[in-house]
Design a protein around this ligand. Structure first.
Ligand code: GDP
Ligand code: GDP
Length: 436
């Protein structure tokens, strides 16, 4: 589950985002468009020769510091914290610059492998003009052209060669979860309170390649958990730490490595646009999900407050209709004790497998309830259904013509599945296929 992470670093205009887009190319096409979710294009999954990895364009993470020196410092720090392999980009068109040298000096101290790419080497003369870059002390410069696509394969080969040997350190029966949300909603307070309550056994993991340290702990009932360190709690106080882009990026990195995601909202501020971005990523990743409304000690309440807040959440996050909602206070500790059980329940639902015979009984009952739709004179015929994957539960439905399976009928089938089985907390995927 834990994929290696690659970060792209470099001064402005060397071609970081062009390279990023080229590497993730075909991934973009399958991204589902949903109103209300703007996509940050600085974090994505990519693959090369069967190796999957996450890639970060640190250049997308600008913040209101202003000074270019601060900006490259933040970029390099983020890369060194988040990545397994760092790619520094320079430009043959700009030649070697003072900023290149400063970035290289910072990266030079990193324990992570750093590769040096010289971009905009669009023709053979430019590809030969890369010798100045040796002086950065980062090894052989790799000439590339992000717009033409030349040299990208060599760069990707080098990236993959430098991946850590064993990126996945997760124990099979461990439930990995993360606590995500925009800055100040109370993520660290919740995590600290939870860990305090559980009197955890914090293992010191020797040999892990990441310096983001996760916290494994065992609940009283013996369930093993692994808390993914999202909030960067152990290294507070960096300038960029509270910026939106950075917190979104951390959330994305954590979501990738989690079985279950706890999305934290702040009862005292209500729902903001940024909450929706973060929620959208978790939903798209197909992870189990729990909505945690924190700071429930703050609002003035009457007997309907929780109901009213729930209604607002359901309206604002319609696609998260499967996520249970829990009202907590990290300050008073109220309801926090429910979290481990809920996380466990969601994780189990995510991995649930339903037998085909049971599914098909359900289909027969469902077809009695609602006739399948007639579209332009053609009726959808649903023959057979089978579960093909877990995490998230994914069902292939064999039909006469997949084109006839519209959103509303998919929704109907998903609701049937939810009514018949406990899929609380997990998205469900339906894949229509033509029966041969
Ligand atoms: P960033 O600021 O480092 O993310 O740089 P961008 O990716 O935004 O690229 C800056 C400019 O350089 C854009 O106009 C790109 O089209 C251009 N560019 C990027 N890669 C190449 C390349 O390989 N060759 C040439 N000639 N131009 C490039
Ligand atoms: P993070 O940025 O999401 O990790 O948020 P923090 O855990 O740093 O909390 C941000 C602020 O909210 C801090 O001042 C906390 O003391 C406060 N806070 C967190 N949880 C609660 C809560 O349940 N109730 C109240 N009243 N304040 C809280």
């Amino acid at each position: 589950m834990a994929l290696p992470t690659v970060a792209i670093v470099g001064q402005p205009n060397v071609g970081k985002s062009t390279l990023f887009n080229r590497i993730i190319n075909e991934r973009l096409a399958i991204v589902e468009d949903r109103p209300g979710v703007t996509r940050d294009r600085n974090y994505a999954k990519a693959s090369w020769l069967g190796h999957e990895f996450n890639i970060i364009d640190t250049g997308g993470i600008t913040w209101e510091g202003g000074r270019i020196e601060d900006e490259i410092r933040a970029q390099a720090d983020i890369a060194m914290e988040e990545a397994d392999v760092i790619v520094m980009i320079t430009s043959v068109a700009l030649h070697l610059t003072d900023l290149d040298e400063r970035i290289a000096r910072i990266l030079y101290r990193s324990s992570k492998p750093v590769l040096l790419a010289v971009n905009k080497a669009d023709n053979p003369e430019q590809r030969a003009d890369i010798y100045d870059f040796y002086s950065l002390g980062l090894g052989d410069p790799i000439p590339i052209s992000s717009t033409h696509g030349t040299g990208i394969g060599d760069l990707l080969d080098a990236i993959v060669e430098n991946f850590p040997p064993e990126a996945d350190t997760k124990d099979e029966d461990e439930i990995a979860f993360s606590v995500i949300g925009r800055p100040n909603v109370g993520k660290s307070s919740i995590i600290n309170a939870m860990l305090g309550q559980k009197r955890v056994i914090v293992a010191n993991e020797e040999g892990t390649t990441r310096d983001a340290v996760d916290t494994p702990f065992v609940a009283e009932d013996g369930t093993k958990f692994r808390m993914i360190d999202t909030a960067g709690i152990r290294r507070r106080g960096k300038v960029y730490e509270k910026t939106e882009k950075y917190s979104v990026l951390r959330a994305q990195a954590a979501i990738q490595r989690s079985d279950v995601v706890c999305l934290v909202l702040d009862a005292s501020t209500g729902i903001r646009e940024q909450d929706k971005h973060v929620a959208g990523f978790a939903h798209d990743a197909g992870r189990g999900m729990l909505i945690v409304v924190n700071k429930w000690d703050l609002p003035k309440k009457d007997s309907n407050s929780a109901k009213d807040f729930t209604r607002v959440i359901r309206e604002e996050f319609q696609y998260l209709d499967y996520a249970p909602i829990v009202f907590v206070s990290a300050k008073t500790g109220k309801n926090l004790e429910q979290l481990p059980d809920l996380i466990k329940e969601v994780a189990e639902n995510q991995s649930q497998r339903i037998q085909s015979s049971v599914l098909n009984d359900m289909l027969i009952e469902a077809s009695k309830l609602v006739p399948s739709p007639l579209i332009k004179g053609k009726r959808l015929r649903v023959y057979y259904m089978t579960q093909v994957a877990v995490q998230p539960p994914t069902f292939v439905v064999f039909v006469n013509d997949p084109e006839l399976m519209h959103f509303s009928y998919k929704r109907f089938l998903i609701n049937q599945l939810r009514d018949n089985f406990d899929f609380t907390g997990t998205p469900i995927k339906i894949l229509p296929r033509k029966r041969k």
